[in-house]
Write a new protein. Sequence first.
Length: 277
Amino acid sequence: MKLGYLGPKGSYSYEAALSYQTHALHLGFKTFYEIIQSVEDGMIDIGILPIENSTEGAVNSVMDGLLRTSRAKITGELVLPIVHNLLGTDKSIEEIRYVYSHPQAIEQCREYFRINHPNMMLLSCESSATACVLAKEKGSGYGAISSKTAAEIYELDILGEAIQDNSFNQTRFVAISQEDEVITNQICKTSIAFSFHNDSPGSLYAVLKEFAVESINLTRIESRPAKAELGKYIFYIDLCGHQDDPEIRKVLSNIQRITNFFKIFGSYPVFTKQARF
Ligand SMILES: O=C(O)C(=O)C[C@]1(C(=O)O)C=C[C@@H](O)C=C1
């Protein structure tokens, strides 16, 4: 079983990949796009992708990437507490001038730096683990926003602990695969996306009404630009239940009729384990 994650080893995605499937060949990729493409091409069995964070919101490149899939489906989800630390090779935090991390991680610590270290330059790189590699290579004056696991792997000192702006910071990851998971008596969720041909009054209401009438609970609603002219959007909804449940099947087919584009990403078991902070 080959499982792809945003690498290298020590990223938050790596921790998510390990906790999703311990016994697998875990392979680190440079971008979310490469992970999605490798699942589409059958090069790996499962891809682990961060999709939303409780502080920063949607991971846009993953949302956009999932839209382009034809074979890969969402087959699972996982929620991890995300605790960021400021790591480096210096003895004192005052020595740090440049701090690397993944853009999502930087945004999750924005207030910490604004208040405590306004002069530090925050620099984006591929992942929080790549940030550790860079901070290690460059040495004095350079830091990384990353996890304690990564501090151990890359032998960096912890100069600031739990620096994320929200102490309950959590990221939801999804597993994508071409193969369906075996679902037995588990509470499920279904993820869909849709858009409308024309911007007309009540379009979104008509979709939401379908769920309300059947008392189907929604757990997430997002919109992303359709990458056309301003005002054109793709809507993403996560709903409680499996696409094969008769009432959900009926609602989804009604929605398909009133939308111009409609896609089901998959039905998968709801993550239930309690997050550890
Ligand atoms: O940079 C990493 O370590 C990642 O795995 C990426 C990522 C993300 O894109 O959301 C994963 C979890 C955290 O929310 C911050 C960064």
